[in-house]
Design a protein around this ligand. Structure first.
Ligand code: SAM
Length: 301
């Protein structure tokens, strides 16, 4: 499961399966008494993957921690939903969802007229998604273009070939992505976004902090993961993938600072404050309850 420069994956494999884990969390939120958002499609992805032989792993044997993670994903999803809704209300009608995975915003958000949503991810991930949505007669609420390309390759050319217009202000998102990119590819990604962004463009980012990439936190995470794997093996549960082996644990450019230095006006909220704001607080008696992240909302001046 270790990474290579040119690796690729299907939806049930390695990095692809992380999109399924997020979809599973969104399916759980759909059943909550007072959900933060509605995602009627998340169940379909999980069911289709299970039919294809995927066994949904329990990512954590500690229910409090699992609940904290579900609250994190729910709050994060709501943040990006609100970002795109606000961008639309401000007249942006071109959106690019980087590493879209099984995100269904193009199908479930109320887009303003004439919006085009471009989704970038690996080919097999987007194929799976389109197949499942078509099987359930889901129709996008905007013009939709799947751009099947690796974000470590020349994705700007693929995006332009799909019809993207760099002269039109764009709403961008990078959610659940950055640790899966090498640090150099992350730097290139923001350079490329900046190049393709007309003034007035907006960008939302889940930015991971120093603690997330620290050796100390990684060791604690791996220890917990090993325990969960042992428990799963004892009860005959599905094997738990070690997601930490999919991340590039390298020192990173501070995204907030980089954007500010390159002419973007940035507001930031920590994951913990965001969860508090949405009344899904992280438990304060748990070590590392949620990833050390900040959610950024940036506007190019
Ligand atoms: C944790 S999932 C998040 C998916 C989605 N953003 C969400 O929040 O539901 C990570 C996604 O990043 C995609 N991804 C990671 N590295 C990528 C790369 N180099 N090129 C294209 N997609 C990538 C994976 O295929 C996967 O769909």
């Amino acid at each position: 499961m270790s990474r290579t420069d040119d690796d690729s994956w299907d939806i049930t494999e390695g990095v692809g399966a992380t999109a399924l884990s997020v979809a599973r969390a969104r399916a759980v939120e759909a059943d909550a008494q007072c959900p933060l958002y509605l995602d009627p499609y998340a169940h379909f992805f999980v069911e289709a993957a299970v039919e294809a032989g995927w066994r949904s792993p329990f990512l954590d044997d500690n229910p409090v921690r699992a609940q904290a993670m579900a609250a994190y994903i729910a709050s994060r999803t709501k943040f990006f939903d609100e970002f795109f809704t606000t961008a639309g209300a401000n007249g942006l009608d071109q959106a690019v969802i980087l590493a879209a995975g099984l995100d269904t915003r193009a199908w479930r958000l109320p887009w303003i007229s004439d919006t085009t949503v471009y989704e970038i991810d690996q080919p097999k991930v987007l194929e799976f998604k389109e197949r499942v949505l078509a099987e359930h007669q889901a129709k996008p609420g905007a013009s939709y273009a799947a751009v099947a390309v690796d974000l470590r390759h020349d994705w700007p050319t693929a995006l332009r070939q799909a019809g993207f217009d760099p002269a039109t202000p764009t709403a961008w998102s990078a959610e659940g992505l950055l640790p899966y990119l090498p640090a150099a590819a992350q730097d290139a990604l923001f350079e490329q976004i900046d190049d393709l962004s007309a003034p007035g463009s907006r960008l939302s980012v889940e930015a991971f902090g120093e603690v997330f990439y620290s050796a100390e936190q990684l060791a604690r995470r791996q220890e917990r993961m090993a325990e969960a794997r042992r428990a799963a093996a004892e009860t005959g549960g599905p094997e738990i993938p070690d997601v930490t082996r999919l991340w590039y644990m390298e020192a990173r450019t501070d995204v907030h600072k980089w954007l500010t230095d390159h002419g973007w006006e940035v507001t930031a909220i920590s994951a913990v404050d965001l969860m508090e704001h949405y009344k899904r607080p992280a438990p304060d008696d748990l070590e590392d309850p949620v990833p050390d992240t900040v959610l950024l909302d940036a506007r190019k001046l």
